[in-house]
Write a new protein. Structure first.
Length: 134
């Protein structure tokens, strides 16, 4: 089954109901179990941290009450699956020339899972891997 890596910006857009059209279509396909969406642990951490700080996402603040919903979604593994790097992925991480820690982890997840693309608008990631953000 085709899989996609969900970057923090895509997960925050999902939580705030602001997904771009093609990304939204992939989330709908995941709900129907037609594709697999994988959320790296670092993206979950960044999402929670953003919410704790009360930062606005696409003009909206995501209420802290949604955290329990996030945990339920990830525990059920129906729409999005939480993923961690294994040792071979850490070796990939070590060989990447990407300055940001979280970007290295996201890209390493992409290679670890042989994903089709990363759901992100990150320009640095777009230089290295296929992305979808429209």
């Amino acid at each position: 089954m085709e899989s996609f890596i969900v970057d923090t910006v895509a997960f925050l857009a999902y939580l705030s109901d602001n997904l771009p059209t093609k990304v939204d279509e992939l989330f709908k396909k995941a709900e129907k179990k037609q594709v697999k969406l994988l959320l790296p642990s670092i993206a979950l951490g960044e999402t929670l941290y953003t919410m704790y700080k009360g930062k606005e996402i696409f003009g909206n603040e995501i209420p802290l009450e949604k955290i329990e919903l996030i945990f339920q979604i990830l525990e059920e593994e129906e729409i999005i699956q939480l993923t961690n790097l294994d040792m071979p992925a850490w070796r990939i991480f070590n060989g990447l020339n990407i300055p940001e820690l979280h970007d290295r982890m996201i890209v390493s997840s992409f290679y670890q899972h042989k994903a089709s693309a990363i759901l992100t608008n990150d320009k640095e990631i777009a230089e290295i891997t296929p992305i979808i953000w429209v």
